[in-house]
Each structure stands twice: as C-alpha cells, then as structure tokens.
Design a protein around this ligand. Sequence first.
Ligand code: CIR
Length: 257
Amino acid sequence: MHALCRAVSPAIADCELSFIGREAIDAALAQAQHLDYISALTRLGVSVTELPAEPDLPDSVFVEDTVLLFDELAVLTRPGAESRRAEVDAIAPAVQAVRKQVERISAPSTIDGGDVLRIGKRVFVGLSQRSNQSAIDQLADILKPFGYSVTAVPMQDCLHLKSAVTALSDDTLLINPDWVDAAYFKEYQQIRVDEHEPHAANVVRIDTSILMPLSFPKTQAIVEAAGYAVTAVDVSELQKAEGAVTCCSVLFTQWAI
Ligand code: CIR
C-alpha cells in the first residue's frame, strides 16, 4: 500500500475550524506528531511519499480532502472552504504521477475528501457543510463507467462523513450514530464508538490493522475486543485543527494505472 502525505504547514494555527473552538496549536509539536503518524504508517507496511510543507496553506497537511484516489482514476476535489482550494493545484502533480486518468470536480460544486467513504464499489458521500449534492452528482457521473455506486448521506454536528463513520473491514463499520443515521449503512455490521468519545469513529484501515488516535482508549478497547490489531498515535495538535487520522494521508494500492 502507498500513501501521499504532506508535511504540516508552519501556519497550521490559522486553520479552518467549524465544530470545535480555537485553541493554541504548537506547530512544532504538530510536525513531530505528523512524523510519528508517518512512522506508524511505514511500520504497518505503507510506502509513504511525503510532500513538502506549504507555508501559505494552513490546512494542507489534511491531504485527504483534496483528492479521491480510486484504483482506476483520481478525482481532484473542490474543497468547501475557500481557503483550501489552492491545496488542490498543489497536490495535482503528485496525483498525476500515480494515476493516468485524473478528473476534477468543477465550480460551483464543492466536495471534501473527508466526506467520501469508499467500501469496495460503494461510495458514500456526506452532505456536509463542505460537500453538496451537485458535487455528488458530478462524482457519480465520473465513477459510473467504473461500476461504482454513489450514495449521498445526510449528517449533522460534525465536519465530515468520516468524522462519523469509517470502515474497519469490508463488512464492518465504526460509527457514531448521533452524527449520521446508521440506517444508511444497514448492509454492514456496525460497531459504535464509546458514548464518551464521539470523535473516535475516524480510523485508518491498513489491511487488517487499524490506526487511530491515542485519545480514544475506550473505543480502542472496543475495536480490539472485536479482533482488530490497533496502532494508536498521538495526534492531539492535529485534532485541535479539527483533523484526525484519515485526513493526513491519501492511501492507494497500485502505482500509475
Ligand atoms: C478543515 O476545517 O478543513 C481543517 N481544519 C480540518 C480538515 C480535516 N479533514 C478531514 O478530516 N478529512
């Protein structure tokens, strides 16, 4: 497995925030935690390409929001936050190096990669403050020839769909049903986050291993009890920027198709 990551911007303290309050962010600590995150990915067998920091783009460490990478093609997004739009051009050359076909969501539609949950050929997209129906319609048109079905999912009280639900395996999800209606995912087994850890549903799946933030020990225990090997990383400074673990990488399995 491969990943694209981008080093933390020294301007991360100027990040966008939507559902959490602003706290001081230690950029140097965020950078150190990001390196630990990359080390954890590497230990789990991921080959990481680390792109350089973008001093003028505070949220650019959150590469997930800028591109959707499918086996057959890539789709560059148009992020919902105006301040993040230039991140897409910044990542485009790295995307063109890994996919021959690169499509792009066009204005005025907006979509953030954090709203896009792909499980096999199913693609669920959150109708969030960042992603709208017209972008979902564009994505469905782009993906249709490749056999993907795209479903829009209403959600509330959190930034992205993947704040509320991610996949632990092809048939099991980790979910906070307060933020998204679990009925949209009724064909999957569902494990709920601990009620005291509402932000814990955002995890990265690497084969049978799960990478998640260190700050959700109760949910970590639930996931481990379900049989998953969990690696926990301290991403506290990135969490203050309303990020977690999926947002810091774009994962893909094959190079240059
Ligand atoms: C933002 O509000 O856009 C950033 N501060 C956080 C983005 C996190 N992205 C993600 O979880 N996919």
